[in-house]
Structure formats: C-alpha cells, structure tokens
Design a protein around this ligand. Structure first.
Ligand SMILES: [Zn+2]
Length: 134
C-alpha cells in the first residue's frame, strides 16, 4: 500500500485511542459526555460540571512532535497545507475554549503506550472525582 493509503488506514483507526482514553477515564471514576458539537473542535470527552474537556489527538493528523507526526516526504504539496490547517484549527479551538472558560487537556495517541502516566495526567487535570455530577 502506498503512503496515502496507509494514512487513510491510520485515520480510520483514529477512534481506537479515543476508546482507550474513554475507558481509562471511566475506570478512574469520572463521568463525562461525548463530542459536544456546540463546543469548538467538538471535544472528545466533556466534563460539564468541571468545565473541562479532553481531546484525544491522533499524532499524524494533528502533527504531534513525535515520529508519527512527521510530515510525509512524498506528496508534500498535498500534506503540508492540509496538516498545517489542522494544527492551526486545533490552536484556534483551544483559544476559543479558553475564552469561554473551558480548560482543555490534549492526550496524544503515542502517550497511550504509557497508560499509568496518562491516568496521572487525567487525575491531575480533573481533580478529585467525588462529585456525582462529574
Ligand atoms: Zn505522538
């Protein structure tokens, strides 16, 4: 398969890291809502009472500073503007969320290799989970 087919295959699996984060956060005892369309960037996990959101980003599509996030050498004219746009959109979404008083945490796909580190970050970000309304 060529590079672009390979990338499409990766995109179709983008929900896998999201599912991993969902079950991790659920196991930690937090309640959340999914994909609030009315919020910038449609955050993957939303914690309305805490006014916090979590994004789960695939490293390629969101240009993470890791190996997977490298821009492909072939078809650069195609990928460069596309991936730059994604990155700018991400940044804008975080800015607007912050203006609206939402705290955001971004969890990268590659970070999920170390789920205990992700758990620690999530707990730190969300704080105590005593509130039944999450
Ligand atoms: Zn990464």
């Amino acid at each position: 398969m060529d590079r672009s087919e390979n990338m499409r295959a990766i995109r179709s699996k983008d929900t896998e890291p999201e599912m991993a984060v969902r079950s991790l956060v659920h196991r930690l005892g937090y309640r959340f809502r999914l994909h609030r369309q009315d919020l910038p960037g449609t955050p993957d996990l939303v914690f309305p009472a805490r006014r916090k959101v979590i994004f789960v980003h695939g490293c390629f599509w969101h240009s993470h500073a890791c190996k997977t996030g490298l821009i492909p050498k072939s078809n650069r004219d195609f990928w460069l503007p596309k991936l730059r746009r994604n990155k700018m959109r991400d940044r804008r979404n975080l800015e607007v969320l912050a203006q609206q008083g939402w705290d955001a945490l971004v969890i990268w796909q590659c970070e999920l290799k170390n789920s205990s580190a992700v758990s620690r970050r999530v707990r730190q970000f969300l704080g105590p989970n005593g509130s039944p309304r999450g």
